[in-house]
Design a protein around this ligand. Structure first.
Ligand SMILES: [Zn+2]
Length: 181
């Protein structure tokens, strides 16, 4: 199972109570084949199957709003066991889950995964990145932040994801941070 754990280590899940995800069908042998454990978007899609597909940067939209994360492509995976996830180099979004939440929450999820691209695996840092980006770009109001907070409130803390209320308090602090433009 060591190889499997290694594989998991590179998967940064949004994590609402669920643990780290792994591409469906991936096993220790896949992880070994992937070398450093980081698949390309194409390898991920091949492994996930179904109607999963890769969208080039600038092609992914949430409620008609174009989402950008530098030059990172977005992988659509309706079978992902979470709303979103990130591998270094690309973002995974699950439209089936995302259709259940409001526009600001959707955008916050995307921005959180984008935060992992630029700021690394730390969850608090990705949360902070997301709300400050939302404030700067104008899509996250105080009301929207409230929606995000109620969205994550049932989330149980685990090793990677702090409890929802803790994350929320930290995000509010980040959102209000006057030193950040
Ligand atoms: Zn995360």
């Amino acid at each position: 199972m060591a190889a499997r754990r290694l594989f998991h280590r590179f998967v940064l899940s949004f994590g609402l109570g669920t643990a780290l995800i792994v591409a469906p069908g991936a096993d220790a042998q896949d992880a070994k084949n992937l070398g450093d454990g980081i698949p390309t978007p194409e390898q991920y899609v091949q492994s996930a199957g179904g109607d999963s597909r890769v969208l080039p940067p600038g092609q992914f939209k949430l409620d008609g709003r174009r989402q950008l994360c530098g030059q990172r492509p977005t992988v659509i995976d309706n079978k992902l066991d979470d709303y979103g996830a990130a591998y270094p180099g690309f973002i995974i979004m699950n439209p089936r889950y995302l259709s259940k939440v409001s526009t600001p929450v959707k955008q916050w999820i995307y921005a959180h995964e984008c935060g992992h691209q630029f700021r690394g695996p730390d969850e608090e840092t990705a949360d902070c990145f997301a709300v400050q980006r939302g404030r700067r770009q104008g899509w996250l109001t105080h009301e929207g932040l409230d929606e995000v907070c109620s969205f994550i409130s049932p989330a149980k803390g685990d090793a990677m994801h702090f409890s929802g209320s803790y994350r929320c308090a930290y995000m509010r602090k980040c959102y209000e941070d006057p030193t950040i433009k």
